[in-house]
Design a binder for this molecule. Structure first.
Ligand code: CTP
Ligand code: MG
Length: 225
């Protein structure tokens, strides 16, 4: 079965706050977009890469991504991450495939974790990457604490989030009218379509949200060298 990567890069980066969306910010001398695409380009198990991009920047990304052989589609995303993800998924023509959905904003995913995800998809229809939480997490109700789950029972979810194509297609179809989902596993869990297996992630796989995250990412890269 073919392994497709979908790189979600259609956000506006409002919290990052630069003129160009953060996917074009530079890390280690290349854009975040190139950093993230490269991880999948270099992985021998990945067959094709689909990039979902902010419509105004399609041309620019076509230029930047020319050099990657596995990038077969660069398509315009939607107004929310959920829409962008649905657009990426629906561009796959096969009836069944493995789909690895990754946030372009996580340029430090390691090959080890990626391979573990692909390997786990042989056994499970849905696979997520998550890290133990070092902070205690609280559930809130307005300005107050509602409950405090055991730290050992909560984790921080990252990407990639990986699925059999038919499963994630169904999850999106059933969730057409739900708007407040920040990730794809949420849709699968909401409709109880499958158990989602957890691959142990790495704390280095940070999401670039604010400019300071880029400094942290540079340090992580320097540290590895
Ligand atoms: N994303 C997307 N389409 C959208 C919104 C988000 O493809 N309509 C992608 C982003 O490009 C990013 C990932 O989803 O790689 C995670 O989103 P986030 O970190 O929230 O990025 P932005 O939405 O761009 O940032 P912000 O919320 O600060 O505007
Ligand atoms: Mg966002």
């Amino acid at each position: 079965m073919k392994n497709y990567a979908i790189i979600l890069a259609s956000g506006k980066g409002e919290r990052f706050g630069s003129d160009l969306p953060k996917q074009f910010a530079l890390l280690n001398g290349k854009t975040l977009l190139e950093n993230s695409v490269e991880i999948f380009e270099q992985n021998e198990n990945v067959d094709e890469i689909i990039v979902v991009i902010t419509p105004e920047y399609k041309k620019k990304s076509q230029e930047i991504l020319k050099k990657y052989k596995k990038v077969n589609k660069i398509i315009e995303g939607g107004l929310t991450r959920k829409e962008s993800s649905a657009i990426g998924i629906s561009s796959i023509e096969e009836n069944e495939a493995n789909v690895l959905i990754h946030d372009c904003a996580r340029p430090l995913l390691s090959q080890n974790v990626l391979n573990e995800c692909i390997y786990s998809l042989n056994k499970y229809d849905a696979v997520a990457v998550a890290c133990e939480s070092t902070d205690t997490i609280i559930e809130t109700e307005g300005d107050f604490i509602k409950s405090i789950p055991q730290r050992s029972s909560v984790m921080n979810i990252q990407t990639p989030q990986c699925f059999k194509l038919s499963l994630i297609n169904k999850a999106h179809q059933l969730s057409k009218n739900d708007s407040n989902f920040t990730d794809d596993c949420g849709l699968v869990v909401r409709h109880a379509l499958s158990k989602v297996y957890i691959v142990k992630g790495e704390s280095d796989n940070i999401k670039i949200t604010y400019p300071k995250d880029l400094f942290i990412a540079e340090k992580i890269i320097q540290n590895k060298k």
